[in-house]
Design a protein around this ligand. Structure first.
Ligand code: PRP
Ligand code: GUN
Ligand code: MG
Length: 160
């Protein structure tokens, strides 16, 4: 279980994805992108727009249920990407690196990039934008919703 949380807003995610695209342009051009569903879908869409790439394939790997890590299962293979030559793999983050390891085994010639990297997963990604502590759970904009909280002055005041 994570000991703390880092909330990423839509704006921040968009800025980080654009920054990754900027780093990726000199590494291209790419024949296509493989988005690691589901978390990689939105970063991949933003990056595809910035690097002007229209061919998007997906790979589906399920590893986590809520915050619990389980055995990874490949639900969909990225058949259109062959051995990955000329392709760019995009995910939202690497944590333990297990998902990235599986994806890389299936696409050994592709470049792997993600927005956020925790120390254990860092060696498994070719490029990333922001490092996050291992014990921090990243809350993506699609994981969260704005919520009313009472003013501090009323905290613990059951009458007001
Ligand atoms: O480095 P790891 O420890 O493998 O963790 C990273 C993976 O975990 C999350 O996906 P998740 O399995 O939760 O599925 P989702 O993308 O469909 O939400 C995240 O989107 C990465 O793909
Ligand atoms: N949302 C989210 N999914 C994850 N999967 C593995 N690590 C994380 C994390 O920090 N945040
Ligand atoms: Mg994922």
């Amino acid at each position: 279980m994570a000991t703390n949380y880092a909330t990423v807003t839509w704006d921040q995610l968009h800025r980080d994805a654009r920054q990754l695209a900027e780093i990726l342009i000199p590494r291209g051009p790419f024949r296509g992108i493989v988005a690691v569903t589901r978390g990689g879908l939105i970063p991949a869409a933003i990056i595809a727009r910035e690097i002007d790439c229209r061919l998007i394939e997906t790979i589906s790997v399920v590893t986590y249920d809520e915050e619990e890590q389980g055995l990874p299962t490949v639900l969909k293979s990225p058949v259109a990407a062959g051995d990955g030559e000329g392709f760019l793999i995009i995910d939202d983050l690497v944590d333990s690196g297990v998902t990235a390891q599986i994806v890389r085994q299936l696409l050994p010639k592709a470049l792997f990039a993600c927005l956020y990297a925790k120390p254990s997963g860092k060696p498994l990604t070719d490029l990333f934008v922001v490092e996050v502590p291992q014990e921090t759970w990243v809350l993506f904009p699609w994981d969260t919703a704005p919520l009313f909280i009472p003013p501090l002055a009323r905290k613990g005041n059951t009458t007001g």
